[in-house]
Ligand binder design. Sequence first.
Ligand code: ADP
Ligand code: MG
Length: 210
Amino acid sequence: MNKIGVTELRELIVAISERVASERDLLNRLDAALGDGDHGSSVSTAFEAAVEDIAALNEPSLSAIWLTTAKALMNRMGGASGAIFGTFFLRGVSLLREREGLDKAEMEAVLKAGLAGVKARGKAQLGDKTMVDALEPAMAAFAAAEDFRAAWSAAAQAAHEGAETTRNLLARQGRAKYLGERAIGRIDPGAMTVALMFAAIDNYWRANCK
Ligand code: ADP
Ligand code: MG
């Protein structure tokens, strides 16, 4: 398959929601070590809300799905990270307007806009021990691949490796920055969420999109 339509985009959000829900306790544990322990609960509640709100849309379009997800993350997640995750989706909305399907280059532009939004909003750079450490390499891997199947799989791999790199970093953003050296040895929960999101999409794609 070389186009993402409304059905696929909706199912990608469902796949992400299911994956973060099933890893809620792990994400809470990671955040308990570096922050306040709520990350898994808040991210899974917000994606569950996104799935419900998308199901309730009268006219689901690509942009409505992305905007509904952005709003659910911003309104239901709370904290700094809800705004930052929400910005990731919000920045792609205008690129999705009036479109019925997305090819790989168009999806790439949506992800790229999202990453730029995350960096503008949160001011984190690569190496600051945040979700950017998973998102930026995932984006680069997606861009370098030929088609959707290869791109999702490369992005999932890169996000996973990126999340692993946060283990040995000092935190320069978010609550974890107050821990100093004590942050070493722990994976950043937001980076792990990004890795799970791309893993969920990759699994969905391999199972459903030939
Ligand atoms: P909170 O810290 O408000 O409790 P969460 O626990 O839900 O929020 O999310 C924490 C995650 O947010 C971190 O693991 C990190 O990946 C991400 N994060 C925090 N601050 C920033 C930032 N300035 N830029 C990008 N990501 C950030
Ligand atoms: Mg937290």
